[in-house]
Design a protein around this ligand. Sequence first.
Ligand SMILES: [Zn+2]
Length: 201
Amino acid sequence: MKATARLQLVCGECGPCKRGQYNACQKLKVRGFQAPGVAQFALTRGASKVLITDVSDYRLNIVRQCGIGGTLHIKNNSFEDGVKSFFGNEGFQVGFEAAGVQASLDNLMQFVEKGGDIVILGVYSRNPVVNMFYLGEYELNVYGSMMYRHEDYEAAVEMICPGKIMTSPLLTGSFPFNRYLDAYKFIDEQGDRIMKVMIEM
Ligand SMILES: [Zn+2]
């Protein structure tokens, strides 16, 4: 048997909690840590094409193992050229900024189709500059997104259990519970080659 648990600890009493936005609870605590979300959901939800950009060949290879054909090494290629060759004249209508990086936000705002949506998933160490020219001229919609709510978590479990979402390529290592400190050491040593590490209970 395999089991999972939602990681959020929320107060249930603040304004966001009372509005049902407990994922943005003012006293939110998270067990574990945040990590980039997976493009497989976009495909299972009906996106015809998904392109992932990264600066790591290792991570882009993992992306391809998950069945995502569109990958672009953003240090070696221009975003504009990559988008044109992958999406052609159709362009793209939704961009997820998951890196928390200014250049990534700039690329999405400049090259998304007019009237498109930008979803902010990344955590920014510095307050980024938002290009108000593209925001207004392209009539873009920029959405904040803080983790997930219970129904999102259930939807994820329902897709992972029957194998609609592949998780095995995302697993970098596995440690028994009594060696959990070794797991953290392993994570530190792997650098950008780390995806997910499991602790066996
Ligand atoms: Zn709360």
